[in-house]
Design a binder for this molecule. Structure first.
Ligand SMILES: *Cc1c(COP(=O)(O)O)cnc(C)c1O
Length: 380
C-alpha cells in the first residue's frame, strides 16, 4: 500500500499494519554503538554479547537458562531433538499442537522426526482447546506444544496437572508472546521449555533472524547449545551430529538494546487494544474474549468478521492495511495434506473469518482512531 487514500475522517490517512522503521529509528544510535563495539572486538559469533543477552533474557523470563539460536523454528526443533538425545522422547512419538498455529510450530515437529497431532481451538481465545488435548493424549504422546498465539498466554495449569497422570513434556511456542504472563508467571517459565523467535516483526525483534530456548533444565540447555554449535562445546570435538544455528553477536547486541523497553512497548500495544475493545461496536465484527490482566501482549489484534474479503477491501479503501493470521490451518496446507480429515472444525471455521487489525507501539492517536471509525462504518 504505497499511495495515500482518502479516509473516513476526510483526510489522507495511511495506517500501515506494522512500522518497523519507526520502532528501530528509536534505537538507531544504540544500534550503531553495538555495530562499532562488535567491529572493534572482532568477535562475531559465540562472543560476550550473546552471553550477556542470554543472561538478560533468562532473567526477564524468570528461568535459569537461555540459549540463543538462529531462529524460532530452530529453538523448537532443537529442543525436541535434545529431548530425544536425553532419552525422554523417542523418534516417531506424538506431539500435540493447535491446528491454527503458524507453520513453524509444526515444521519443528516433523523436522525432529516426530508426529504432529493437531487439536482444535477455543474460538473465544483462538488458543488450543485443552479438553481436546486431553482427548488426544495417547501412549505415544511425549510432548504437548501450546502456542501463545497472537501474544495471548495460555494457562497451562490444567496441562501441568495432567503431567501427574501422563508422561509428557510441555514445550511452549512463545514466539509471539514475549512478556505475557499468567498469574504473574512469565511465558517461557510455564512449561518445561519454551522457544522464542526474535524475527524483526515480533514483540522483541532483532534486525534479522534470531531465536532462543529458555528452560530451568540444565541438561536440556547444554544439549541445545551443543546441537546449535555443530554438536560441539570444545573446538573440533564433536560429540553430537549438530547443526549451525547460533544467535550472532550483532543481533544479541541489538536485542540487549531493545529488551529494557519491551514491557513499555507491550503496554502501548495493550492500550491500543483497550481502545479497540471500548470503541469498536459493530455486529459484523466479533472480538475475542477480553484479556486485560497481563495475559495478552497483543502481538496481533485478531477479530472475526462477516464477509472478510468485503471487510478487507473496505479497510483498504479507508487507507488501513489488514492481514490474515493465518488463512489456512496446518492440515489445509499442501505440505501437510497427510494430516487432513481431522476433527478441528472450529479452527477451520475461524481461519475463514479472522482478520488482523493494525496494532504496533508507534501508532498515532489519529491512526488508532481511523481504525475504530472504519471498523464501525463497515457494513458487509
Ligand atoms: C514466528 C513464529 C515462529 C518461528 O520463528 P522464526 O524466528 O520465524 O523461525 C514459530 N512459531 C510461531 C507461533 C511464530 O509466530
Amino acid at each position: 500500500m504505497s499511495k495515500k487514500i482518502k479516509d473516513t475522517l476526510g483526510g489522507n490517512m495511511e495506517v500501515k499494519f506494522s512500522d518497523l522503521g519507526r520502532v528501530n529509528a528509536e534505537f538507531q544510535s544504540d544500534f550503531l554503538k553495538q555495530v562499532t563495539e562488535v567491529l572493534d572486538s572482532g568477535s562475531f559469533i559465540n562472543g560476550e554479547k550473546v552471553d550477556i543477552f542470554e543472561k538478560q533474557f533468562a532473567n526477564y523470563c524468570e528461568v535459569d537458562f537461555c540459549v540463543g539460536v538462529g531462529n524460532g523454528l530452530d529453538a523448537l526443533r532443537l529442543t525436541l531433538e535434545a529431548w530425544q538425545l536425553l532419552g525422554i522422547v523417542d523418534r516417531g512419538d506424538e506431539v500435540i499442537v493447535p491446528a491454527n498455529t503458524f507453520i513453524a510450530s509444526v515444521l519443528a515437529i516433523t523436522a525432529a522426526n516426530l508426529k504432529p497431532v493437531l487439536v482444535d481451538i477455543d474460538p473465544n481465545t483462538m488458543l488450543m482447546n485443552l479438553e481436546d488435548v486431553e482427548a488426544k493424549i495417547s501412549s505415544k504422546t511425549s510432548v504437548i506444544m501450546p502456542v501463545h498465539l497472537y501474544g495471548r498466554a495460555q494457562d497451562l495449569g490444567s496441562l501441568k496437572r495432567l503431567q501427574n497422570s501422563y508422561n509428557f513434556k510441555i514445550l511452549e511456542d512463545a514466539a509471539q508472546a514475549h512478556g505475557a504472563k499468567i498469574d504473574g508467571m512469565k511465558v517461557g517459565s510455564l512449561g518445561d521449555a519454551a522457544g522464542f523467535s526474535f524475527y524483526p516483526g515480533k514483540n522483541l525483534g532483532a534486525l534479522g533472524d534470531g531465536g532462543a530456548v529458555v528452560t530451568n533444565d540444565k541438561d536440556l540447555a547444554e544439549i541445545v547449545r551443543k546441537l546449535a554449535n555443530y554438536g560441539s562445546d570444545k573446538k573440533y570435538e564433536h560429540a553430537l551430529k549438530g547443526c549451525n544455528s547460533r544467535l550472532d553477536e550483532l543481533q544479541a547486541g541489538f536485542l540487549s538494546c531493545k529488551l529494557p523497553k519491551l514491557d513499555a512497548y507491550n503496554s502501548l500495544r495493550v492500550k491500543i487494544a483497550e481502545k479497540y475493545y471500548r470503541e469498536i461496536r459493530n455486529p459484523n465484527i466479533r472480538l475475542l474474549t477480553k484479556p486485560f490482566d497481563g495475559t495478552h501482549v497483543f502481538h496481533l489484534f485478531v477479530v472475526e468478521v462477516i464477509n472478510r474479503s468485503a471487510f478487507q477491501s473496505f479497510m483498504t479503501k479507508n487507507g488501513i492495511e489488514t492481514l490474515i493470521h493465518y488463512p489456512k490451518c496446518i492440515h489445509e496446507q499442501i505440505c501437510y495434506k497427510e494430516l487432513k480429515n481431522i476433527d478441528t472444525e472450529l479452527a477451520e471455521r475461524s481461519a475463514k473469518a479472522i482478520v488482523s487489525l493494525p496494532i504496533h507501539p508507534f501508532m498515532s492517536d489519529s491512526e488508532i482512531e481511523a481504525v475504530v471509525i472504519a471498523c464501525n462504518k463497515y457494513a458487509p
